[in-house]
Design a protein around this ligand. Structure first.
Ligand code: GUN
Length: 294
């Protein structure tokens, strides 16, 4: 069997087009465009690429984009002062502090400070808390987990009643994606580095979300035939056959998994493009909340 490919690039384009259409309508109505302020501290090359892509995507959707680039030597007080300024600036609708922050900076304190109505990353503990509590609705859902769900929904894959296994328990992906799957009525098992009999747990899943940050960690023979596989991993590994000397792989051994799964996201071109698309959606939502239009 060869799995159906879940085309994140095409689905992300559709989400971005919808955000651009809403932006145009909001501009016509209010004279203002939803605007994202991104904060990048230090010189992590992956973070630099992500932040540049986020800014470009905002501009392509007709949205405003402001990027604050701060040196790695920035103090906690300076970073917190910038977040306070952005919180108070009515021209800024969404605030994104790119993670990870350089060593020595207190990530939790910075995330706690971001205004709830501008928390387009959905990382404020109040937003995460509401996400995991029954009957509560968060203002914002973290972008990568929201993108995973959007891929399933737009591919016509039913979540309700399914057994889902999430491999990884990070605050950015594992924890929120497990909450979202549970809220959509899946029965969810969260696995991690200390889980025993991991392949057996994964083999029970109708839906597998791999977000452990280890290249090609989930093997094809761990999968139930016909399972849906959402691969959140983006890992660069050496490959002497490539001109660049390296290539990107996910957290799933794709060549094996594609023979067993029913549907699977490729890397690149699966979950990756969805993160930015959902960020645009969240920024439009922030604008609408702040203008009483939500
Ligand atoms: N680092 C990795 N993913 C993300 C994300 O979605 N948002 C932010 N702010 N930092 C990240």
């Amino acid at each position: 069997m060869t799995a159906k490919l879940i085309d994140g690039k095409t689905i992300a384009e559709a989400v971005r087009r919808e955000a651009a259409e809403e932006t145009a309508a909001l501009k016509a109505r209010t004279g203002q465009a939803p605007t994202l302020a991104a904060v990048l501290v230090g010189e992590n090359p992956a973070s630099q690429t992500y932040v540049a892509s986020k800014g470009k995507a905002c501009e392509e959707a007709g949205m405003g984009s402001i990027t604050h680039r701060l040196p790695a030597t920035t103090s906690q007080a300076e970073l917190e002062e910038l977040v306070r300024q952005l919180n108070a600036d009515p021209a800024v609708n969404g605030i994104l502090v790119q993670l990870p922050l350089p060593k020595g900076l207190n990530e939790q304190a910075v995330l706690d400070l971001i205004s709830l109505s501008k928390d387009v990353d959905g990382f404020h503990p109040m937003n995460i808390g509401q996400l995991v509590m029954k009957g509560r609705i968060p203002q914002f859902i973290p972008c990568t987990p929201a993108g995973c769900i959007e891929l399933l929904v737009r591919s016509g894959i039913t979540i309700a009643g399914k057994d889902a296994v999430v491999v990884g328990r990070s605050n950015i992906v594992g924890v929120p994606v497990a909450a979202l799957l549970q809220n959509a009525d899946a029965t969810v098992t969260v696995c991690h580095s200390r889980t025993k009999d991991l392949p057996d747990k994964v083999r029970r899943a109708d839906i597998v979300v791999a977000a452990i940050g280890r290249p090609e960690f989930v093997r094809g023979d761990w999968l139930k035939p016909g399972a849906t596989v959402i691969d959140v991993g983006i890992n660069r590994i050496a490959d002497a056959t490539r001109k660049s000397g390296s290539r990107l792989v996910g957290d799933v051994a794709f060549d094996e998994a594609v023979e067993v799964a029913g549907a699977i996201t490729p890397v690149p071109g699966g979950v990756g493009p969805m993160t930015i698309a959902m960020l645009l959606t969240n920024t439009v939502r922030a604008f609408k909340l702040q203008h009483g239009l939500a």
